[in-house]
Design a protein around this ligand. Structure first.
Ligand code: BG6
Length: 490
């Protein structure tokens, strides 16, 4: 099979991991600006100052002690402050994307660059001008922007003073921000994503290293409801402002597989699909909570603020596209497993599968899982798909101004083949954007050494380096793939 003529190839980044310029151009801080770097053994930490002036740290997702406030502390390094320095180097990067032949580039807007605290009357003009410059630069090379409105980075002021996503009013602030973008960039952007990996909120409850209690579940489902409501309202407004807009959800496609054929494992696995994937996908694509949702809420004694009017808005604000990320599968079981058989994934823990290999970060390499995910979700949601994140984090070695990254090439080759198989089987897929096409800060660990991209950025784990860009072997390979519209994968 060959890919349709209008299929779009490209790459993806996110503002907080790519841009840097954290306190430039009138930008306000987000949670990532007070989050340190970690690694596979040590978690990232959030820093703050206590009421008595002493310094403190906590795991991500924790609650600030009484009287404390988030703060940037001299004794820590914050990798997202400079990131890949895209704020100053985006023109150079876009020229390289164009050289690879990109037809689409997925990026996100930093909310606090547009509304520094989140609750201002008027947007920050300097922030608006910055993204206008980026979109114009992309159009110069006929690259279509695909814009994520929220990629995990709520302004810190909202988190600290307004109760973050547990406050219904945060949805109003988000809708105002989204409306500003739809109006401001009406002539420049037609592909949008409302919330990145919205399902992470319930999927990765264990992040923060504690066993979640009923209250944590109630909070997570409540936050998620306000986010899905905000998303539906934004979709409606986006369509009113420009009927040509195509707006997608963004689901983290961590694919669960049963470890054994014991029906108990299969049921358990199916219930994880329901909670982790279908719960959000159904609301965003079909406009209503699936029947199993009531069981999930009851299981944790959740009493949620969901009004009849909200349910109507969810119905009216369904997305046009099923946009998703895919990295790996996760093998699950109800049977006892020893510590040594456990493997970490994208914020998850599963059982070691005998059928796949694992990256240095413990993420499984499983292209068949991508085909499976696409077929299941297309059957269920029937929306045109876009794979907007896919790739493998690995340690690259810069030798003679290049990187011989055959591992990245293998990963993409096998996953593009899997996407092709799903399409042969009837799935409509419009685009593929490789994650971190230019090296960015890893989201889970904050490391720069976990590199996905086709373009190497010369900066180390502590922010030292020239920030110069170098083309890896995968750069030339991907260029060939795009030029042949996916035919030449060798
Ligand atoms: C997804 C996120 O979860 O996975 C990205 O949308 C992230 O922001 C990507 O970068 C890969 O994860 P990591 O931790 O390797 O950067």
């Amino acid at each position: 099979m060959s890919f349709p003529k209008q299929f779009m190839w490209g790459g993806a980044t996110a503002a907080n991991q790519y841009e840097g310029g954290w306190n430039e151009g009138g930008r306000g801080p987000s949670m990532f600006d007070v989050t340190t770097a970690g690694d596979t053994k040590n978690p990232r930490l959030v820093t703050y100052i206590n009421a008595d002036g002493s310094h403190g740290t906590m795991r991500q997702g924790g609650d600030l002690p009484e009287g404390a406030h988030y703060a940037v502390l001299d004794e820590y390094y914050y990798p997202n402050h400079v990131a890949a320095d895209g704020y100053h180097r985006y023109k150079e990067d876009i020229a390289l994307f164009a050289e690879m032949g990109f037809q689409i580039y997925r990026m996100s807007i930093s909310w606090s660059r547009i509304y520094p605290r989140g609750d201002e009357e008027k947007p920050n003009e300097e922030g608006l001008a910055f993204y206008r410059g980026v979109f114009e630069e992309l159009h110069k090379y006929n690259i279509e922007p695909l814009v994520t409105i929220w990629h995990f980075d709520t302004p810190l002021y909202i988190e600290e003073h307004l109760g973050g996503w547990l406050n219904r009013n945060t949805a109003d602030l988000f809708v105002k921000y989204a409306k500003t973008l739809f109006e401001e960039y009406k002539d420049l952007v037609k592909y949008w994503i409302t919330f990145n990996e919205i399902n992470n909120t319930v999927q990765f409850m264990k992040i923060g290293g504690r066993t979640p209690e009923d209250q944590d579940f109630e909070n997570a489902y409540q936050k998620l409801h306000y986010q899905m409501l905000a998303s539906a309202r934004a979709v409606k407004i986006g369509h009113e402002i420009n009927p040509e807009n195509k707006i997608g959800c963004m689901i983290n496609g961590s694919t669960n597989l049963p470890f054994t054929c014991d029906a108990k494992d299969v049921i358990y696995c199916n219930q994880l699909w329901q909670k982790n994937i279908f719960y959000c996908a159904d609301v965003q694509c079909r406009g209503e909570y699936a029947p199993f949702s009531k069981r999930l809420w009851k299981e944790h004694n959740c009493h949620l603020d969901i009004t009849d009017e909200d349910l109507q808005i969810l119905k009216e604000g369904t997305v046009d596209l099923f946009t998703f990320s895919y990295y790996h599968t996760n093998c699950v079981t109800t049977h006892e497993t020893s510590e040594k058989d456990k493997v970490p994934g994208n914020y998850q823990v599963g059982v070691r599968s005998p059928y796949v290999t694992y990256s240095a970060w413990g993420w499984s390499l499983d292209p068949d899982g991508l085909q499976y995910f696409m077929e299941v979700l297309y059957d269920r949601e029937r929306k045109p798909m876009m794979i907007v994140e896919n790739g493998m984090g690995a340690i690259d070695e810069l030798v003679d101004e290049t990187v011989h990254d055959d591992y990245h090439i293998d990963y993409h080759r096998t996953h593009i083949r899997a996407m092709e198989k799903a399409m042969e089987n009837g799935v409509e897929c419009l685009a593929y954007t490789s994650w971190g096409c230019v090296d960015v800060i890893a989201s889970s660990t904050g490391q720069m050494s976990k590199r996905y991209g086709q373009i190497y950025v010369d900066v180390d784990e502590n922010g030292n380096g020239t920030f110069n860009r170098y083309k890896k072997d995968s750069f030339y390979w991907y260029k060939k793939v795009i030029a042949s519209n996916g035919k030449d994968l060798d």
